[in-house]
Design a protein around this ligand. Structure first.
Ligand SMILES: Cc1cc2nc3c(=O)[nH]c(=O)nc-3n(C[C@H](O)[C@H](O)[C@H](O)COP(=O)(O)OP(=O)(O)OC[C@H]3O[C@@H](n4cnc5c(N)ncnc54)[C@H](O)[C@@H]3O)c2cc1C
Length: 495
């Protein structure tokens, strides 16, 4: 009999909702804590910049039992994703499990010596502690803004200039008639640059460190989900854990793989006019693909063509009386500086001693299956990793994690097995695939199928692939199909 546990779920975004649903369904007592006034995480309306839109097509950004509505566009807008997440919470009555406006401030091992953790919680001016048998951390990668400053910033603001983090760019009217400089080259940076143009900015500069490969929604007229999100494509990247035979096959196919990626690069260079705009990346695309590859913001190339956005390779140096000085030495006019410099990865409420076990000195995280660390007992992560299909990935990991917590994986790994696997993965990232070190090594793209295969195998799923081998090789991860694979795992109930 699996004992019923009291489980804390920290965070009420995509991942917290998935975790709460899965632990609740298995019969555990779930207490969710969300520090905001609303569910949704990055999609919560007050945190979203205008025009925010998914990078993933809608059928790659949904839970297994809850497709996005038919009348949603292929790439839904932020408010639509927010409404979708609410509809999922309603469908599974998840609101009853959460306390909103409640932050987790610290977590310590339980003082009574029982397994689990004591959380310090804060809601308004109330602070209290509560014991839990298991903690599911679902605070994601976008909870703590990366705040950077440059010399002269205070005086620039005193003179009427504005400096915002990308998540604070919620009122585009501030751009009208202004010189806008966006720092960063990610999707949010280009989204904001295009939005600033649309909202009447006098000039827009996009300042970023290096050119990266960007993927348009349609590559050569074909929705990128039909070209790039396939097992057949995924196998062409240098995956971890290849056996000698797989290595031999990979070596034999190398020229074909090389040709495939050069073809893709040529297509992207032509379609996105990368040469014309001085935006051709130096790294071959197959080495670079990871969670950091941005989708091209609709309108970006047109804005570049018309000179409405000027790309500059460099960074900010300082704010001066004459304008914003860049690392190139150029001084550019600037009224509004938007820092699209991302978020700080971490678990700030976890004691330092545990953070030291979790994070290596080079910033790489030690997590098995992107979910647990054997030295951090009675807890796990859901959605700590980036991915190209985060909703499905969170649901898959949540399903794995509840079984891990309950000792119900088909093969419950020992600490030694987990550490050996973690070390193998770290070695692979450091020596064979440096791109996989992005975001502390917490990125499952472009290896979604392989990751899901491992999770399903651990869970003992009798069905892990679609029956049609061609569909399995040449189509994207289908959420409903993964729902049926999860249903083929041994079922149990706690309590
Ligand atoms: C603009 C944007 C577009 C994106 N588009 C895509 C896409 O198209 N495809 C894709 O796969 N991914 C996309 N992502 C990645 C996205 O982060 C994930 O898809 C997903 O929304 C992450 O959900 P999450 O629940 O893991 O984290 P979050 O959405 O960050 O939710 C974490 C929650 O934890 C709460 N929290 C944090 N700390 C505490 C605390 N101490 N106590 C209590 N609560 C706390 C936060 O308030 C937040 O609500 C996008 C991200 C951004 C920012």
């Amino acid at each position: 009999m699996v004992a019923r546990k009291k489980v804390a779920v920290i965070g009420g975004g995509v991942s917290g909702l998935a975790a709460a649903k899965v632990f609740d369904e298995k019969g555990h007592r779930v207490c969710g804590f969300e520090r905001s006034h609303d569910f949704g995480g990055v999609w919560e309306l007050s945190r979203s910049y205008p025009d925010v839109q998914t990078q993933s097509p809608k059928d790659l950004y949904c839970y297994t039992d809850h497709p996005m509505p038919d009348d949603y566009p292929e790439w839904p807008k932020g408010p639509q994703v927010h409404a979708y997440l609410h509809s999922y919470a309603e469908k599974h009555r998840l609101a009853r499990l959460f306390r909103l406006n409640t932050s987790v401030k610290t977590m310590e091992r339980r003082a009574d010596g029982a397994p689990g953790w004591t959380l310090t919680l804060e809601a308004g001016d109330m602070t209290w502690t509560e014991d839990f048998d298991f903690v599911s951390i679902c605070t994601g990668q976008f909870s703590e803004k990366n705040i950077i400053t440059h010399p002269g910033q205070d005086a620039f603001i005193e003179r009427g200039g504005k400096v915002l983090h990308s998540s604070e760019y919620t009122d585009p009217s501030i751009c009208a008639g202004k010189d806008v400089v966006v720092l960063g080259g990610s999707k949010s940076a280009t989204d904001i640059a295009v939005n600033a143009v649309k909202n009447g900015a006098k000039s827009v500069k996009l300042v970023y460190l290096e050119n990266v490969w960007r993927v348009p929604y349609f590559v050569g007229g074909i929705n990128f989900k039909r070209l790039l999100y396939m097992r057949a494509q995924e196998q062409q990247f240098n995956q971890w854990g290849k056996n000698p035979l797989q290595r031999m096959i990979a070596a034999a196919l190398k020229p074909l793989v090389w040709a495939n990626f050069r073809g893709l690069e040529t297509l992207l260079k032509t379609q996105l006019k990368l040469k014309k705009h001085g935006m051709v990346p130096k790294t071959p695309i197959e080495k670079e693909v990871s969670c950091s590859v941005p989708i091209v913001t609709p309108g970006l190339i047109e804005c570049l063509d018309k000179g409405q956005i000027t790309p500059v390779i460099g960074t900010f140096d300082s704010y001066t009386d004459a304008g914003l000085k860049l690392s190139t030495g150029e001084v550019v006019p600037c009224d509004v500086a938007i820092l699209a410099v991302g978020w700080k990865l971490g678990v700030p409420y976890l004691p330092q001693a545990y953070q030291d076990k979790l994070i290596e000195s080079d910033g790489q995280y030690r997590v098995y299956r992107l979910a647990v660390n054997p030295d951090l007992p009675d807890m796990g992560f859901v959605g700590f990793n980036s991915s190209f299909c985060t909703v499905l990935s969170a649901e898959m990991i949540a399903n794995w994690l509840v079984r891990y917590a309950d000792g119900q994986l088909k093969h419950q790994p020992t600490a030694a097995e987990m550490n050996a696997n973690i070390n193998m993965m770290l070695n692979w990232k450091r020596t064979e695939r440096p791109a996989a070190q992005i975001y502390g090594g917490l990125c499952s793209a472009p290896f979604h199928f392989k990751h899901f295969d491992e999770l399903l195998s651990d869970m003992g799923a009798s069905k892990r692939k679609r029956t049609n081998p061609l569909a399995e090789q040449f189509s994207y991860p289908n959420a409903a199909a993964y729902g049926s694979f999860l249903a083929s795992t041994p079922q149990y109930q706690a309590g």
